[in-house]
Design a protein around this ligand. Structure first.
Ligand code: NAI
Length: 670
């Protein structure tokens, strides 16, 4: 039989090789077509052979999972049909009498890992690129091809839930330690190892005593409630149902595997049809869209020079070194540089978890008080004080020393590029590369184009963003660009509420209840109240933004936020000291006030064409602010909730609170 995506051959040792090479795709995915073919293959091969070995013919990995595109917009029945096909295939593999083996080199994600779990043995290469994951929760679902049962059975509930509830990819060392894989070997030895396993007499592995105990029906309820509590800190049930459904499946049905598999399929079909998963899948595609807008091949600097070793510059320099670049970091104050290097060491240690790798990263980062790196750098990242005169003075001094083709980027939060570039001989070389705080956690960077910016330079800066694992979003040079412009009215509304006497804790709770990762008051403290004030003042020169007197007063009296331990909250060891007893009569109106301010400004940005379209706007706000991802972004939220209903609420708020709740004309574009 000829197949499009699979080839089958039985060798002289009576081993049947199932080779996967998905046509017209750079990675193997378990599309309906590929699954249907595999289903047919499994019907036609007999298990009289010595073993069946699954192997990918793609260089980059084993299988990337199911075809996410096929889940978009599916209702319950359509989703269930797709999942049942996956179940049928995996059940057939699991029922084979002969040995079944998955050979993994590179990534194995979602449905790919579930296929491997249906096999008797999993063997993987020791290559650094080899990683196994069940990342479905990130898309608002959970493993749906039998993986939830088989993963727990294979490695026990604790390790399995750690994998399935975080979606984290695990390396081969952890995979071997947990028992997920049977053998880790050099890539070139992979097939030989598989052939050795083909003749092994299979003995069903006995779960450890601990796992027998944890899976015991009498204990499961207790463990399940502990896991639920832990999950609730990160993903509240009303916003993210998938983890809770997964835990319940295990708690209720683990003793009856068939039932657990049937219920797994139904559970995932329900989740697929739900808004949360639909929006999270949308967010996934938005992320892919941002990545595909840039081309890594266009530019890869050999040397990065960062000027300003403060909050942002210091962290940007450390991040670039972490990502493998040779970096020099310059600051006028050597004492700041000492702190920068110390902070970088902390980051490397935490992220790299290896002394050798940490030392290598430290070797890539040089403190450069005098700024010798300017002459060698292919890209210079400026992150000094937010003051146009100081920045321009610096540019004038460094431009004559820069390499002919070197790019200059600024991390300015609000100064138009047109203002900054006037002092340059080559104004086209200046582009905005706007990072967010904290640099290591925020995935977005805004690539700011001024009227003077050179197109090729912009493309190169976007390529650089991909090299350092950030998502580049092209935005117009206008005050606040996209993210700060949308965020600021929301933050300032929170300050106004605070000035009205509403407790900071109640304001933050209203935003957290909506699904924001951090409340606006705590966020303002984290960014720095002086930074907030300066951004607000910049915005007020161009837009109807009113700077609250409360904010000015706090900065004047030395309340700068988390950085000096005094903000809206007092801080102890970097943690806000919240009053747990603080309460407020009604949070509903608070949430409306905050979110409508944000939505209104989002429509204004659409009208001003700060980004190309509504999808990119949603992407920017999600990845730049952490805006509740399960809501799919501000514009998607307007569609889901109903534009008219929200406009009506705006009118009501305008009656009570006045001008600042006037609807922007941008609502007409949504
Ligand atoms: P910061 O005050 O922490 O650091 C600025 C550093 O620049 C200081 O260490 C200072 O000594 C150094 N510096 C000033 N003039 C210099 C010069 N001529 N040569 C060498 N070093 C010089 O400021 P922060 O917060 O890091 O901000 C830097 C830039 O990043 C600003 O443009 C700001 O608007 C922007 N930004 C800040 C964000 C934040 O959350 N703090 C977020 C995104 C952008």
């Amino acid at each position: 039989m000829q197949y499009n995506h699979w080839s089958v051959h039985t060798d002289e040792e009576n081993i049947c090789w199932l080779l996967f090479d998905h046509k017209k795709a750079s990675t193997n995915i378990l599309s309906t077509e590929a699954l249907t073919e595999l289903n047919d293959i499994l019907d036609h091969i007999t298990d009289n052979c010595k073993a069946i070995i699954f192997k990918s013919l793609k260089k980059n990995g084993f299988i990337a999972g199911a075809n996410i595109k096929e889940f978009v917009g599916r209702d319950y029945d359509a989703a269930l049909a797709l999942i049942k096909l996956g179940h049928e295939v995996m059940n057939k593999i699991a029922a084979m009498k002969c040995n079944t083996i998955s050979l993994i080199h590179g990534f194995s994600m979602g449905g790919g890992t579930e296929l491997a779990l249906a096999c008797k043995y999993i063997i993987c290469s020791d290559d650094a690129s080899t990683k196994l994951a069940l990342p479905e929760v990130k898309l608002g679902i959970h493993p749906g091809f039998g993986g939830s049962y088989r993963c727990i059975k294979r490695i026990g509930p604790l390790a399995a839930f750690d994998m399935m509830l975080t979606g984290r990819a695990i390396n081969t060392r952890t995979a071997k330690k947990t028992g997920l894989v049977d053998e880790v070997t050099a890539h070139r030895q992979l097939e030989r190892a598989a052939i050795a396993y083909a003749s092994k007499k299979y003995v069903q592995p006995k779960p450890s005593l601990l796992n027998q105990l944890l899976n015991n029906a009498l204990i499961r309820g207790f463990i399940a409630s502990r896991i639920r509590k832990k999950v609730a800190h990160k993903a509240p049930k009303k916003h993210y149902p998938a983890p809770y459904k997964l835990i319940s499946l295990w708690q209720q049905y683990y003793d009856s595997p068939q039932k657990m598999l049937t219920m797994e399929a139904q559970s995932v079909a329900e989740l697929v049809a739900d808004k949360t998963a639909q929006n999270l899948v949308r967010v996934y595609f938005l992320q892919e869209q941002l990545k595909s807008a840039a081309d890594k091949k266009l530019f890869k600097p050999s040397h990065v020079h960062v000027i300003g070793g403060g909050i942002m510059g210091g962290d940007i320099a450390a991040w670039c070194a972490l990502k493998g670049f040779q970096v020099s970091v310059q600051d006028q104050d050597p004492a700041i540089l000492a702190k920068t290097i110390q902070r970088a060491y902390g980051l490397f240690k935490k992220r790299l978890k290896s002394e050798r790798l940490t030392r290598n990263a430290m070797d890539r980062l040089t403190a450069d008080h005098k700024g010798y790196g300017v002459e060698h750098a292919d890209i210079i990242i400026e992150a000094i004080f937010e003051n146009s005169d100081i920045k321009k003075e610096l540019y004038q001094r460094i431009e004559p020393r820069m390499k002919k083709d070197a790019i200059l980027v600024t991390n300015t939060s609000s100064i138009p590029l047109e203002t900054l570039s006037t002092c340059l001989k080559k104004p086209g070389r200046l582009v905005g590369l706007h990072f967010f705080n904290p640099v290591a956690l925020m995935p977005l960077v805004e690539i700011v184009h001024g009227e003077q910016s050179d197109k090729k330079t912009l493309a190169k800066v976007s390529a650089f963003a991909l090299h350092i694992d950030k998502l580049p979003l092209a935005v117009k040079s206008s005050p606040g660009f996209l993210v700060n412009r949308i965020l600021m009215p929301y933050l300032l509304e929170a300050v106004v509420m605070y000035a009205e006497g509403i407790p900071a804790e109640a304001i933050d709770k209203a935003a957290l209840d909506f699904g924001m990762p951090m409340g606006p008051i705590e966020l303002a403290d984290t960014v720095g109240l002086d930074v907030c004030l300066s951004v607000a003042q910049n915005l007020s020169q161009r837009y109807a933004t009113a700077v609250p007197a409360q904010l000015e007063h706090m900065v004047k009296t030395g309340h700068l936020g988390k950085k000096n331990g005094k903000g809206f909250y007092p801080y102890k060891n970097g943690k806000p000291q919240k009053d747990k007893t603080a309460s407020y009569k009604s949070c509903e109106n608070l949430q409306q006030r905050l979110i409508l301010m944000l939505l209104n400004e989002a429509t204004a940005c659409l009208r001003d064409q700060v980004v190309e379209n509504a999808e990119l706007l949603d992407a920017g706000v999600i990845f730049g602010t952490g805006f509740a991802p399960f809501r799919g972004g501000p514009i998607q939220y307007i569609h889901d909730t109903g534009k008219q209903e929200l406009q009506h609420s705006m009118d009501n708020l305008q009656t009570v609170f006045g001008e600042r709740f006037t609807q922007d004309n941008g609502w007409n574009l949504v």
